[in-house]
Design a protein around this ligand. Structure first.
Ligand code: ADP
Length: 488
């Protein structure tokens, strides 16, 4: 099975050449043989008539034996290949010069004899060769007439025109034909060489195009070894590379469209989220400016405090947005190091203790100190813990409890942050990790959430290859759980 286009083209080309060469050689051989016969017959057409004229074949209206002998003898000397037959008017052989037993046919077909004598048809005209049952040869013929001009018979001369049984026989006899054949063979070889070279050049361009397409896909489309090698020849491979590349481009276009849509939604979300605290801050500051004189000192202070809170919220929002966009863009490089998770949890819990105490919420933790270290970016995991604890505090009413627990399993360490807060409605659960998603339990303003905290946490854990999930029941509380790989 030929696998390359070049191989296939070359094979077809060679087969065609062999066929054309064979047909050409056969046609040439036939033409040469016919031509030789034609020449022989044309030159010797009147031989029979001359022979009759030169020997006295008729005497007293009868055929003369001695005249015949004379002809046979004369021809033997001139050209032994020529055979002479004396025929009666019906074509029956009366006498011949060959030894007995060599003449197989008793009579000669007179139709070609008549044709030659009338001279209507082009030469060569083949007639019976009495020495063979089926062979036909060129001949010369003339009628033998008596003095009154009535026909006594025919002198039928078989010209011994060469009838070669094969091209090889013909070649063997002729130097010129041999030369011609070698010339044709040389020309055929030159054609084969030129054809193969041209095919090589043409298919090389296809192979190069295929290589270029693959390189383009590797370098420009950034797909490492994305293309599967397909079988078949260069055209098949090019076809499959084109299809795979078209699919790849279509996929990337779709990704780009999705990214563009997300970006637009983000811009809408961001501008809305920035506008709300900004408008509130501006409102209080304007009121302060307009009514400065009429406001009491405590009211002025309250207005200023609100404006300050809003500016802090704005700053936090901008920070979180910035952090999320860096995480999304893959610009955040993980600075992985082994660290103790119980220590980190203890630190973070301590940091939020004051806030918890303010909201009359009790935070407890269960920290097995003999846990192996985890492998991760300390600063980012701290951020995850802060976000989860802030959420727990935010959505747990006074008197509620928050519990942080750690446990180990299968090379991973799991962190659970459970609260006895208001819980998350089932409808919200699948969406709370989306950016800007705020659940229906988030009373904007009093809770001052940004809708980014869980999106950031999830992105950080994605980078660490650890899952994060939530279980929640409205009115009873929520438990967030994430896992980190233990350091080896
Ligand atoms: P937000 O800044 O709004 O808290 P997050 O991304 O941190 O944004 O959380 C998304 C949503 O998930 C919140 O709006 C809230 O509805 C819900 N949520 C998160 N944590 C808790 C929790 N501990 N208890 C109840 N609801 C929560």
């Amino acid at each position: 099975m030929i696998r390359t286009l070049y191989g296939k083209l070359a094979a077809v080309f060679l087969v065609l050449l062999v066929l054309a060469g064979t047909a050409g050689a056969a046609a040439s051989a036939t033409a040469v043989s016919l031509y030789l016969n034609e020449v022989s017959q044309r030159l010797n057409r009147d031989l029979a008539a001359h022979l009759i004229a030169d020997s006295e074949l008729v005497e007293d209206g009868q055929l003369r034996e001695a005249g015949l002998k004379h002809i046979f003898h004369m021809l033997m000397v001139i050209n032994p290949r020529i055979e002479v037959y004396l025929l009666d008017p019906q074509g029956e052989i009366l006498a011949f010069d060959a030894p007995h037993g060599q003449v197989l046919k008793p009579r000669v077909d007179l139709r070609p004899v008549q044709t030659l004598m009338t001279g209507d048809e082009p030469l060569p005209i083949l007639g019976d060769d009495p020495r063979s049952m089926d062979r036909r040869k060129v001949f010369s013929v003339a009628p033998v007439l008596d003095d009154q001009g009535s026909r006594l018979g025919f002198l039928y001369v078989v010209l011994g025109g060469q009838r070669y049984d094969s091209v090889a026989d013909m070649m063997r006899d002729s130097y010129i034909l041999r030369l011609g054949l070698w010339g044709a063979f040389g020309a055929l070889l030159a054609t084969v060489a030129a054809g193969l070279l041209v095919f090589r050049l043409l298919t090389r361009r296809l192979r190069r195009l295929d290589c270029r397409m693959r390189r383009f896909a590797d370098q420009e489309l950034k797909t490492k070894a994305a293309f599967t090698e397909s079988g078949g020849d260069e055209v098949d491979r090019l076809d499959s590379t084109f299809h795979q590349m078209a699919e790849l481009i279509a996929r990337q276009m779709k990704d780009l469209e999705t990214a563009d849509r997300t970006r637009r939604e983000l811009v809408v979300g961001v501008s809305h989220d920035l506008r709300t605290p900004l408008a509130s801050m501006r409102g209080y500051l304007e009121t302060l400016l307009l009514k400065e004189a009429s406001l009491s000192a405590s009211a002025r202070r309250e207005y200023l405090q609100i404006a300050l809170d809003q500016s802090e919220r704005l700053a936090r929002l901008v920070d979180e947005l910035f952090e999320l966009s860096r995480l999304e863009a893959g610009e955040t490089r993980l600075e992985r190091e082994p660290f103790s998770l119980p220590e980190l949890v203890q630190d973070v819990v301590q940091k939020v203790q004051i806030e918890a105490a303010k909201g009359q919420i009790e935070i407890t933790s269960e920290l097995p100190w003999d846990l192996p270290f985890v492998d991760g970016d300390l600063r980012l995991i701290e951020r995850v813990l802060e976000n989860l604890l802030h959420n727990a505090l935010r959505y747990t009413p006074a008197g509620g409890k928050i519990h942080v627990a750690l446990d180990e399993g299968e090379g991973r360490i799991a962190v659970r942050v459970a609260d006895t807060g208001q819980g998350i409605p089932q409808d919200d659960l699948p969406k709370i990790f989306d950016q800007f998603y705020r659940g229906s339990n988030n009373r904007t303003g009093s809770r001052d959430g940004t809708g980014l905290g869980l999106a950031i946490a999830k992105r950080i854990l994605d980078l660490h290859g650890g899952p994060i999930g939530v279980e929640s029941q409205t009115g009873r509380g929520s438990t967030f759980r994430f896992e980190l790989p233990a350091a080896s």
